[in-house]
Design a protein around this ligand. Structure first.
Ligand code: ADP
Ligand code: ASP
Ligand code: MG
Length: 424
């Protein structure tokens, strides 16, 4: 008997009909003789709608209360799914995150899993039932409060359950047929990838490919969980995310040059203008930024003007951290001695990812040429061993994605199918 963890995203359980369709699929897996644990997201765009509602009440909702509100979304879908399965004559029990033993730290909105004790889930399985667990939520022992794991966090719930229960498979069901070389909503000729390394998937997820949540990929990598991302709308094979460090035999003979391209419109750019070009200034600036807890991404420092001895330092960060960081820097302006700050929230980031880049020259040249030929200006560049990222104007980033996808020969012959979801 195998133990299978299945995660269904919001677009797969958007309405009553979808819930019944998913219930049928779960029952089929059970009938095939497997033990089944399900992690489920809130229906459709429920989480976004609850967030909108909170912001209609107050501009800055209290984090504890926001988590109380948002976790209600998954509570609805888990109960409906369990009811639906029971109506088909199979035993099913739903559990909240805390009932399922998802123990986290106390950071509301971004909690990290510190322990997983799925005793009640295991008991339900032992009694022959299907266990349905609310995704995206946990519980902190110190405060006794309910937490959430960050947007997209149901993926993490599934992976954490798979690791704790030593599942044979962790399947992530969504509204597309797997992981593609680019978001198929933006690039219709994106290609489905059969197998991708967790290393490449981490880079794609970190750079805006929301098909998998970055923390879930990290968790899977650390705990040796293999993921199968596939559609809940058909039975096609999806994409396997494998850990090359775990089993080298699983690695392809030669790594592909490019795995995929991702874009991200959630970042902004801050430029610290007129910074004295003397040792210690960058340290001072980024210490101030670090104290705010903001996660910065790209950093660029200009050559200083000989006449003034002043330089500019630019960096990107999530738009949601923008105001906090601006305030923190302004408070220390005299001490650091910079001239001013510029804030730009109309940027887009594009990242080209591929493990084969490590051993191939000319990838940057090809990327920059494709963008130049499309008349797209590059504002910032950063690279890692297996990634090249550029910042462009926000309104050109989708065009950039399409031309880069074509330039690297990633276009498929047929158009990809997007089965559901609103893309929100
Ligand atoms: P779910 O509700 O199942 O969690 P998400 O909306 O979080 O689904 O993620 C699936 C969506 O991710 C797809 O509909 C697609 O638009 C988007 N996406 C972005 N990049 C990619 C990619 N490289 N491959 C597949 N889907 C992608
Ligand atoms: N419902 C949550 C969200 O929309 C968690 C998830 O779907 O993974 O972010
Ligand atoms: Mg998701």
């Amino acid at each position: 008997m195998s133990l299978i963890v299945q995660k269904f995203g919001g677009s797969s359980v958007a309405d009553a009909e979808s819930i019944k369709r998913v219930a049928k699929r779960i029952v089929e897996t059970r009938k095939a003789g497997n033990e089944v644990v399900v992690a489920v997201s809130a229906m459709g765009d429920t989480t976004d709608e609850l967030l909108d509602l909170a912001h209609q009440v107050t501009p800055i909702p209290a984090p504890r209360e926001l988590d109380m509100l948002l976790t209600a979304g998954e509570r609805i879908s888990m109960a409906l799914l369990a009811m639906s399965i029971r109506s088909m004559g199979h035993d099913a029990r739903s559990f909240t995150g805390s009932q399922a033993g998802m123990i986290t730290d106390a950071r509301h909105g971004q909690a990290r899993i510190v322990d997983v004790t799925p005793v009640r889930v295991r008991d339900a399985l032992d009694e022959g039932a299907i266990a349905i667990v609310a995704g995206f939520q946990g519980f902190n022992r110190g405060t006794g409060d309910i937490t959430t794991l960050g947007r997209g966090g149901s993926d993490t719930t599934a992976v954490a359950l798979a690791a704790a229960l030593h599942a044979d498979v962790c399947e992530i069901y969504t509204d597309v047929d797997g992981i593609f070389t680019a978001d198929p909503r933006v690039v219709p000729r994106a290609q489905k990838i059969d197998r991708i390394s967790s290393e490449e998937m981490l880079e794609l997820a970190a750079n805006g490919a929301k098909v998998l949540y970055i923390r879930a990929v990290e968790y899977a990598r650390r705990h040796g969980v293999t993921l199968h991302v596939r559609s809940s709308f058909n039975n096609n094979e999806g994409t396997i995310v494998y850990n090359p460090t775990e089993e080298n035999s699983e690695s392809p003979v030669e790594e592909p040059l490019i795995a995929g391209v991702a874009t991200d419109l959630s970042e902004a750019k801050i430029t610290v203008v007129g910074v004295p070009d003397i040792p210690g200034k960058a340290a001072q600036i980024f210490n101030i930024v670090a104290k705010t807890g903001a996660n910065i991404d790209m950093i660029v420092q200009n050559v200083s003007a000989a006449a003034t001895g002043l330089t500019d330092i630019s960096f990107t960060l999530p738009k949601s951290d923008g105001q906090t960081v601006l305030t923190a820097l302004t408070a220390e302006q005299t001490d650091v001695g910079f001239r001013g700050l510029q804030y730009d929230d109309q940027i887009g980031k594009l990242a080209l990812v591929g493990a084969g880049m490590r051993t191939n020259a000319g990838v940057s040249a090809k990327l920059f040429t494709a963008l130049y030929e499309a008349g797209i200006n590059i504002e910032m560049i950063s690279t890692s061993e297996i990634r090249i990222s550029v910042v462009t104007r926000a309104d050109t980033v989708n065009d950039a994605l399409r031309v880069v996808h074509t330039a690297f020969g990633l276009d498929a012959d047929d158009e990809a199918v997007v089965h559901g979801g609103t893309g929100r």
